[in-house]
Design a binder for this molecule. Structure first.
Ligand code: FAD
Length: 427
């Protein structure tokens, strides 16, 4: 059993498949230097802490190695004389290439993928002519009627597992120390605990309060879902039919939708999904880089934007409403390329995810699937009045707001809004 984005033991279909196919299972994880390089210190910390949580649950029987999976997995398969190798399917562009290479390198040993990190796997929800959806709302309708399986009841005890210390030259490494401290505890057990608390305390009011960064009432499941510490069908099974529950399910559908978009248009990770916008004038001169740095540092002089940017830099998280606003500000008020901001988010976020992040950015930029028209420009002051009415969120992250130390607005929002619309008008 080769774990990747499914760092848990419960509700894990490939683990069941592995157990059914032989006597003993070896559970392993390969630290891939290519992903280590691109993950950012927070996501690496979350990964390593998740592995530690698993290893504890498995009484030290998790085998962690470092290297290229297309070399390490076949080597381990030979070392334990494996009958088959089991994984959850990975639909990301990188994951698909990597798994193709591993399957080939395994030769005659079957490589079996079952399940995925999504309620409905990418590619499954299509229009009646088989084409993928480009708009969320009809996708959502179809997604609901497609449905998903119930949680799988997987479990394993250490005695069913190959003891890695009995494998000669296993290449085992110690799980690396977390490079940075996290604002959120990682791992399957932490995920379950957090989910239960959310269901009891905040799910009932989720529909009304989810847009309020000051209240801090969203589930914080994003990083757990990213690393598979919990599966979304485990969440969906707990939801019920309340308004809060239905609003939550819709967000899980958004996550599936963006994975589906990336699956069908892998180029949209770093290029405008809608190429009509390729010719828009963007600022990339020296002063653009200075404005980018001001935005990153949370010194724009727009308090809600700055609060979000500082929450991101200090904690590796930002509330969704503020992600939308800070992204809109970078693109529409500062006229910078959305992919600059997307890269900064990926560097900082614990939950940084290619599908949700890049398409969240394209939504804000107006270059993505078409739910957000390009002419919608968030007004930072109106947003603050509506979603942080008492200024509590700003106070938390920008304590000097209101004093002389706080900068003046770096731009005139009204003028930059006009400028953004003028540039769109040109194309
Ligand atoms: P909750 O409100 O509790 O939502 C529950 C779950 O639904 C989330 O954990 C998430 O898995 C999913 N979800 C909610 N909103 C969205 C959405 N708009 N798109 C996709 N899935 C959603 N989410 C990431 O997981 N990783 C990212 O890198 C990421 N980058 C983003 C960048 C931008 C510019 C924007 C606008 C949104 C981004 N999102 C991203 C989506 C969303 O902001 C986060 O999922 C959410 O804030 C996580 O907090 P939560 O778990 O408390 O959310």
């Amino acid at each position: 059993m080769w774990l990747r984005r499914d760092l848990r033991l419960g509700d894990l279909p490939p683990l069941i498949a592995a157990q059914e196919s032989g006597d003993e299972v070896l559970i392993c994880f390969v630290v891939d230097p290519r992903l280590e390089k691109s993950s950012g210190p927070r996501r690496l910390s979350f990964l390593f802490d998740s592995l530690r949580d698993l290893d504890e649950q498995l009484s030290g029987r998790l085998l962690v190695v470092r290297g290229r999976p297309d070399e390490e997995i076949p080597r381990l398969a030979r070392a334990v004389d494996a009958m088959s190798v089991h994984v959850s399917e990975d639909y990301s562009p990188f994951g698909r290439r990597r798994d193709g290479a591993v399957a080939e390198a395994l030769g005659d040993t079957p490589f079996e993928a079952v399940g995925s990190p999504y309620l409905v796997s990418p590619g499954r929800v299509t229009k009646s002519d088989g084409e993928p959806y480009k708009v969320f709302t009809p996708y959502f309708k179809q997604w609901r009627s497609h449905g998903w399986r119930a949680p799988a009841s997987s479990s394993v005890s250490a005695t069913d597992l190959v003891d890695p210390s009995t494998i000669k030259r296993s290449g085992r490494i110690k799980i690396p120390a977390a490079p940075t401290e996290l604002s959120l505890p990682a791992g399957e057990r932490a995920a379950a605990q957090r989910w239960r608390a959310f269901v009891d305390d905040d799910l009932p009011g989720y529909d009304d309060d989810r847009d309020r960064p000051d209240l801090d009432v969203t589930s914080r499941m994003s990083a757990y879902l990213k690393f598979g510490n919990i599966h979304p069908r485990t969440l969906a099974a707990d939801l019920g039919r309340s308004k809060g529950a239905q609003a939550y399910l819709r967000e899980l559908a958004f996550r599936d939708f963006y994975a589906d978009v990336l699956y069908h248009w892998p180029k949209s990770a770093w290029h405008n999904w809608n190429s009509q916008f390729d010719d828009i004038a963007l600022d990339t001169d020296k002063s653009a880089y200075e404005r980018f740095d001001t935005w990153k540092a949370g010194r724009t002089g727009f308090p809600l934007v700055d609060a979000g940017m500082r929450q991101l830099a200090e904690s590796g998280f930002m509330h969704n409403r503020v992600r939308m606003l800070t992204a809109s500000f970078l693109v529409k008020d500062l006229h910078l390329p959305w992919w600059w901001g997307a890269q900064w988010f990926l560097d900082q976020l614990i939950d940084g995810d290619m599908a949700s992040n890049q398409h969240g950015w394209q939504w804000a930029a107006g270059t993505g699937t078409d739910a957000a028209p390009y002419f919608r420009v968030f007004n930072p002051d109106t947003q603050a009045g509506r979603f942080d009415p008492d200024g509590e969120y700003v106070k938390r992250w920008v304590p000097e707001y209101g004093s002389d130390d706080y900068p003046d607005p770096m731009v005139d929002h009204k003028a930059e809004r006009e400028e953004a619309l003028r540039r769109f008008g040109e194309i």
